[in-house]
Design a protein around this ligand. Structure first.
Ligand SMILES: Nc1ncnc2c1ncn2[C@@H]1O[C@H](COP(=O)(O)OP(=O)(O)OP(=O)(O)O)[C@@H](O)[C@H]1O
Length: 256
């Protein structure tokens, strides 16, 4: 399978009160097209820094990130914004919906920015809203929606441009377990049926058990990797994830 994302010797040094601190300490890995990769690790291990470097929100100190063989650290500001919008979709813990726009307008926003016709936009929005089971609330505003509905609207928005890569940072972090399950099943469905590539940072072992592979990071480097075996049940994979989590000294699914 094709390598969609290549991370090479990525280092990010922050200055903390005059002291250089390595949030990423030379991390390298690849993500294959169609993978659902989880990133787990203790608080402060560098997960968000890694995701934000890939999202081109922050610049690494050294190292390279290739998306589809293009070095995304080489992009000029304008092409970067374009690139971000079309090639990557983002899903965050805090939904990041615009409260003064309806669910429909929120989902449509990336399409409007990239100049698609109204009829094309409507069709696409309705299809993706049906998939995420938010088609009946499209004309409501975010403040009228439950947390689960908001996150499914945000997920629909992150996928509306057909991005090559979806970046998710704690997408279930603010959801109750039932809403989290629905969201994860929808994302997994997109991954399996449409070969969408997803990279997800999570503290939640249950959400992580939907992944095909998990990288555990600590002190800005990879210290362990788990791969879901062919035919392995989600439950059996979950138990293996918990085992690694407990070895890290957390002892509980939510401590990482
Ligand atoms: N803007 C910043 N300036 C200085 N130091 C930072 C900055 N952002 C992160 N750090 C430091 O970099 C390290 C990694 O932080 P990061 O947020 O990537 O970890 P994380 O694994 O995502 O943590 P959490 O699970 O708590 O969100 C930490 O030591 C953090 O204090």
């Amino acid at each position: 399978m094709k390598r969609l994302l290549e991370i090479k010797d990525l280092e990010k040094i922050y200055n903390q009160a005059g002291q250089p601190t390595a949030a990423l300490a030379g991390i390298s890995f690849d993500v294959l097209e169609g993978e659902f990769l989880g990133i787990m690790g203790p608080s402060g291990s560098g997960k968000s820094t890694l995701l934000n470097c890939i999202a081109t929100i922050i610049k690494p100190t050294t190292g390279q990130i290739y998306l589809d063989k293009e070095n995304i650290s080489d992009f000029s500001r304008n092409s970067l914004a374009d690139f971000r919008g079309q090639r990557m979709g983002y899903l965050f813990q805090a939904f990041e919906l615009l409260d003064n726009l309806t669910a429909r307008e929120n989902i449509m926003l990336p399409l409007s920015i990239h100049g698609q016709s109204q009829s094309q936009q409507q069709e696409k929005v309705e299809a993706i809203a049906r998939y995420f089971e938010v088609d009946d609330i499209l004309d409501q505003f975010p403040t009228q929606l439950s947390g689960g509905q908001k996150q499914r609207v945000a997920a629909a928005r992150s996928l509306i441009m057909d991005p090559s890569l979806i970046l998710a940072d704690e997408p279930t972090g603010a959801l109750d377990s039932r809403s989290a399950k629905t969201l994860m099943e929808k994302l997994k469905g997109m991954n399996e049926n449409q070969q969408r590539t997803i990279l997800m940072v999570t503290h939640d072992a249950n959400a992580a058990s939907y992944c095909s592979r998990i990288l555990f990071i600590q002190d800005g480097v990879i210290f362990h990797e788990l791969r879901r075996k062919t035919q392995e049940s989600k439950q059996a994979f979950y138990v293996r994830i918990l085992h690694v989590v407990s070895q890290l000294g957390g002892g509980s699914a939510n401590v990482l």
